[in-house]
Design a protein around this ligand. Structure first.
Ligand code: UDP
Ligand code: MG
Length: 191
């Protein structure tokens, strides 16, 4: 199996590049953000909890996210591999993912860190907010999310550096240019 983490700050293009990776490599997709938004839409208990965090630009607690992930992972047992999009967001989540995969005889093969500077992130997210209808795509919440990313999520970079699966990818350019960089990184380690 080919297991990939796509990582980066809010607005770095994780969702967009995930679609390219899924089409090309035939992987299953787990986007914790998409799962949470679906739960909110359905009005479930989990959705109600999640909305209170998302609207403030904060992270949904580790235990909630990890539990949710375990279910999804079981559903993808027979896929060619999985792309984890927007997860792990904390070092505790990265450790839990490592353990969950190890139990299945699996591991993360590649971690792709999409590198985009702050001003570009804010511009992209404000633009997305014009049409996304997302409660968290407004300037105040965007700035909060970037701060939460720097404080709680960026340390995940060092976790994957020490695992040896880290790849930095310049996340500025056209969708296809960035995807070419990703293909190179994945081919280099999945060969
Ligand atoms: N979120 C979270 N844990 C996750 C995924 C999402 O807490 O594993 C919450 C968090 O509040 C985040 C929001 O959902 O700001 C949107 O996440 P998503 O990954 O969709 O947004 P992105 O960072 O890609 O813009
Ligand atoms: Mg996203």
């Amino acid at each position: 199996m080919l297991n990939v983490v796509i990582f980066g700050p809010p607005g770095s293009g994780k969702g967009t590049q995930s679609e390219q990776i899924i089409d090309y490599f035939g992987l299953g997709h787990i986007s914790t953000g998409d799962i949470l938004r679906a739960e909110i839409k359905e009005g479930t208990e989990l959705g109600k909890i999640a909305a209170s965090f998302i609207d403030r630009g904060e992270l949904v607690p580790d235990a909630t996210i990890i539990g949710m992930l375990e279910n999804k992972l079981n559903a993808l047992k027979s896929s060619k591999g999985v792309i984890f999009d927007g997860f792990p967001r904390t070092v505790a989540q990265a450790e839990a993912l490592k353990e969950m995969l190890a139990k299945r005889g699996e591991s993360i093969d590649v971690m792709l860190n999409l590198e985009v500077e702050r001003q570009e992130l804010i511009a992209r997210l404000l633009k997305r907010g014009e049409t996304s209808g997302r409660s968290d795509d407004n300037l105040e919440t965007i700035e909060k999310r970037i701060g939460v990313y720097e404080a709680q999520t960026a340390p995940v970079i060092d976790f994957y550096k020490s695992e040896g699966s880290y790849h930095g990818i310049r996340g500025v350019g056209s969708v296809s240019e960035i995807f070419e960089r990703i293909k190179e990184a994945i081919s280099a380690c999945a060969a």
